[in-house]
Design a protein around this ligand. Structure first.
Ligand code: ADP
Ligand code: ASP
Ligand code: MG
Length: 411
């Protein structure tokens, strides 16, 4: 007998019909006598609608109440999924995150899982029930409902698979695996049979929303092997696991595009020790994540000054601008410019460690498309560039074509 964790995302539970489909899929496994723990997301669009509703009531809603509101999305689907299983003649019980024993810190809307105490889950599994857990939510130490950040049901599933020491963890979604690029943007993208944690983590953090990046980080830490697959077909999906020795043979595993970034430029910042520290500390204190940073010394200014550009997540832009404006005197810059019309295009692959010339080739491809590169950042296994938003999808296709469709080797 195996213990299987199955997660169904919003698009897989988007209607009554789809929920019945999910119940049938769970039943197929249950028939083999396996123990099944199911994690479900809110129905497609529900979380977005709840966020919009809150914003229509008040511009900046209290974060505790936001969690109270957003957690209802998943609470709806756990109950409906349990009912659908009952209708098929299977015993099933739904549990909220808190009932399932998922404990988090108290940071509302982006809480981190601290501990899982799966006593209740085991109790129901022992009674031969399918246990259906609400994704994306938990409980803080003082009993408040918390949520785990957008896409957080992935994290619930991976964390439960680790805590329960599951034999199998399956992430069901509306594509049949992880592709070399988002198949909705790049029709020629192909499905990967496997990908390493590090590559998946980079792709996810750089815009491939097929998996929440924190969930991949968690899987890597606890060595949870999982499969991303379709809830509508029977095809095998993509295995996400520890890097194996043959993975470096492939130079580029995938391409991703993040259109949800914004760039801030501070013009004429005094070129003195401590200035950058003051700016980025202020943002960090407000939990605003800064990604790429570029500083340019301007040679003709006196006293010496620099232009400082950096990227952040677009939703944080108003908050960041207000903060910087409020600290204008302390930071000493002359002007502040922001730009939301940017896209961050990245190529990812563990094979980059052992192959040179990858960056040069990427820049060449962009040059051929007459696409200007605004910012560049690299790590051992990825290269990212900031480019104009309008041209970003075209650039993504060109880069994908050159690295993943044409087989000219890079040496
Ligand atoms: P769910 O509702 O199941 O959580 P998501 O919408 O969060 O599903 O993630 C699935 C979507 O991720 C796909 O529909 C696809 O458009 C997108 N996606 C982005 N990049 C990739 C990729 N590299 N491979 C597969 N899907 C991707
Ligand atoms: N419902 C949440 C969201 O839309 C969590 C999830 O779907 O994973 O972000
Ligand atoms: Mg998702």
């Amino acid at each position: 007998m195996s213990l299987i964790v199955q997660k169904f995302g919003g698009s897989s539970v988007g209607s009554a019909e789809l929920i019945k489909n999910v119940a049938r899929r769970i039943a197929e496994y249950r028939k083999n006598g396996d123990q099944i723990v199911v994690v479900v997301s809110a129905m497609k669009g529900v979380t977005d609608n709840l966020i919009k509703l809150a914003r229509d009531v008040v511009g900046t809603p209290a974060e505790r109440e936001m969690d109270m509101l957003l957690s209802t999305g998943e609470q709806t689907t756990i109950a409906l999924t349990a009912m659908a299983l009952h209708a098929l003649g299977w015993e099933a019980v739904s549990l909220t995150g808190s009932q399932a024993g998922i404990f988090t810190d108290g940071v509302h809307t982006k809480a981190k899982i601290r501990d899982i105490s799966p006593k209740k889950i085991h109790h129901y599994l022992d009674q031969d029930k399918v246990v259906i857990v609400a994704g994306f939510q938990g409980q803080s130490e003082d009993g408040q409902i918390t949520t785990l950040g957008r896409g957080g049901s992935d994290l619930t599933a991976i964390a439960l698979a680790a805590a329960l020491n599951a034999d199998l963890c399956q992430i069901y979604t509306d594509v049949d695996g992880v592709y070399t690029a988002d198949p909705r943007i790049v029709p020629n993208a192909t499905k990967l049979s496997e990908i390493s944690y590090d590559e998946m983590l980079e792709l996810a953090s750089l815009g491939a929303k097929v998996m929440q990046s924190r969930s991949v980080e968690f899987a890597k830490k606890f060595n949870v092997v999982f499969e991303v697959r379709s809830s509508l077909t029977q095809t095998t999906g993509t295995l996400i696991k520890k890097e194996s020795s043959n993975m470096e043979n492939v130079v580029i595993r995938g391409v991703s595009l993040d259109k949800n970034q914004a760039k801030i430029t501070l013009v004429n910042v005094p070129d003195q020790p401590g200035v950058a520290a003051r700016i980025f500390q202020t943002l960090s204190d407000a939990a605003i994540n800064v990604d790429m940073i570029v500083q340019n010394i301007s040679h003709d200014s006196s006293p010496p000054a620099t232009d400082l550009s950096f990227t952040i997540d677009q939703p944080d832009l108003p908050k960041a601008l207000n903060l910087i404006e409020a600290h204008r005197e302390k930071m000493g810059f002359r002007d502040i410019i922001s730009n939301e019309e940017i896209g961050k295009l990245s190529i990812v692959g563990v094979g980059m460690r052992s192959h040179s010339g990858v960056a040069a080739r990427m820049f060449q491809i962009l040059a051929e498309q007459e696409i200007n590169i605004d910012m560049i950042s690299t790590s051992e296994i990825k290269i990212s560039v900031v480019i104009n938003l309008e041209k970003s999808e075209e650039a993504m296709k060109a880069v994908h074509r050159a690295f993943l469709e044409e087989s000219t080797p890079i040496s």
